[in-house]
Design a binder for this molecule. Structure first.
Ligand SMILES: [Zn+2]
Length: 122
């Protein structure tokens, strides 16, 4: 099977190029044999674990805080909320920072949306 002649040069090892000159066959690199390229790729490479740690604590509130005036005010309201758990607060504050990142500030709509979640319901 390995001795099959190269399909490009037919086993001549050299091919004619457009200038009428012969050159070493680029397919077999001058061996005249068909390149062993089919089915020999290593597909069983050790896969790196793409499993992301899920137990990591996401609550690192102190080091992460919004930077825009609106965001700081909003985050403060979230932090001082009496109806949210620490987990929810951390998530909302994260959301605020994400929003700042993509909008450059906290939009009124966004502020209202967040405030609604931290305000005690009547
Ligand atoms: Zn060849």
């Amino acid at each position: 099977m390995v001795d099959e002649p190269c399909g490009v040069c037919g086993g001549d090892r050299r091919i004619a190029n457009s200038f009428g000159l012969t050159t070493t066959c680029p397919s077999c690199h001058g061996s005249g044999r068909r390149a062993e390229q089919s089915g020999f790729h290593d597909v069983t490479k050790t896969k790196e674990s793409h499993h992301r740690p899920t137990n990591r604590a996401e609550v690192v509130v102190k080091a992460q805080w919004p930077v825009t005036p609106g965001g700081v005010e909003l985050a403060t309201a979230v932090r001082d909320s009496t109806i949210c758990t620490a987990e929810v607060k951390a998530r909302l504050i994260h959301e605020i920072m994400d929003h700042e990142d993509s909008h450059g500030l906290c939009t009124q709509t966004f502020i209202k949306k967040i405030r609604k979640q931290v305000r005690p319901r009547a």
